[in-house]
Design a protein around this ligand. Structure first.
Ligand code: 5RP
Length: 229
C-alpha cells in the first residue's frame, strides 16, 4: 500500500475513537483530511451529535463543507479528544509537528484537550527526532535578525517559502522557519531554550502531549498507547 493508503487506514481507525456528544479537536494535514471524511461519514450513518474545533482554516472549511458542526476554541466546551497528524514520533512518543504550518494552533488545541491521538503512516516513527526539519513560527518583525542568531547557534534555520517563492504565512500571519538540525538528542532542553527566544511564537516540538498513536502499517493498523494521563 502507498503512503496515502496507510494514512487513510490510520485515520479511519482513529475515527472509531469518536463518541456521540463529544467535542473533538481536528488537526491539520493530509492524514487529517481522511479523518474528517471518516468522521463526517459516521455522523451521517450514526446520527452522532458532535462539535468540532479546527486547528486551521483548511480543516475548518473541509469539516464545515461535510456538515460537521464547527465552533472556535473559545466558544467550545471542554475538548474531549483531539486527533491530529505528526511529522515524526520518537520511541518516547515525543513528536515534531508543523509540516503543514499549523503547529501553533494545533498546540493550543492539544493542550486544551482531555486526550490527544496522533495518526500517522509508519514512515513517521523514528528512533531520534530531527531528520524532519523542526518548524518554528516567528513574528515577521525582526525575523531576519532572529534567523541570523539561530544560525549562529548552529540550528541551520531556513525561512519556509510558499509556492509563489515568498515567505510562507501561517493562519496567524506569521512566518515559518525550519531548523535543519538532522538530530535532536535532547528535545526537552531544546524546547525550553526555544521557549525563551523572543520573536518565536511557538516551536513544533510536541512533548509529553500525546496519549495514543494510531499507525498505518503494511501489516494493518497499530494502536500504540503512550501511557499518559
Ligand atoms: C501540520 C502538521 C501535520 O499534522 C503534519 O505535518 C502531518 O501532516 P500529514 O498528515 O500531511 O503528513 O503538523 O502543521
Amino acid at each position: 500500500m502507498n503512503q496515502d493508503g496507510l494514512k487513510k487506514q490510520a485515520a479511519e481507525k482513529a475515527a472509531e475513537f469518536v463518541q456521540d456528544n463529544m467535542t473533538i479537536g481536528l488537526g491539520t494535514g493530509s492524514t487529517v483530511y481522511y479523518l474528517v471524511e471518516a468522521i463526517a461519514k459516521r455522523i451521517q450513518r450514526e446520527h452522532l451529535k458532535l462539535t468540532g474545533v479546527a486547528t486551521s482554516m483548511r480543516t475548518h472549511r473541509q469539516a464545515e463543507s461535510l456538515g460537521i458542526h464547527m465552533v472556535d476554541l473559545d466558544s467550545a466546551g471542554p475538548i474531549d479528544l483531539t486527533i491530529d497528524g505528526a511529522d515524526e514520533i520518537d520511541t518516547n512518543f515525543q513528536g515534531i509537528k508543523g509540516g503543514g504550518a499549523a503547529h501553533l494552533i494545533e498546540k493550543i488545541v492539544a493542550i486544551n484537550s482531555a486526550r490527544n491521538i496522533w495518526i500517522v503512516d509508519s514512515s513517521k516513527l523514528v528512533k531520534t527526532l530531527g531528520a524532519f526539519p523542526l518548524p518554528i513560527e516567528v513574528i515577521p518583525f525582526g525575523s531576519a535578525r532572529l534567523v541570523k542568531s539561530l544560525a549562529f547557534e548552529g540550528l541551520n534555520p531556513k525561512f519556509r517559502l510558499g509556492e509563489d517563492g515568498k515567505r510562507a504565512l501561517t493562519d496567524s500571519k506569521n512566518f515559518i522557519v525550519d531548523l535543519h538540525m538532522e538530530k535532536i538528542s535532547h528535545p526537552h532542553l531544546l524546547a525550553s531554550w526555544l521557549n525563551k527566544q523572543v520573536g518565536i511564537v511557538e516551536h513544533g516540538l510536541f512533548l509529553d502531549l500525546v496519549n495514543t498513536v494510531v499507525v498505518g502499517t503494511e501489516n494493518g493498523t497499530k494502536v500504540l498507547d503512550a501511557h499518559r494521563g
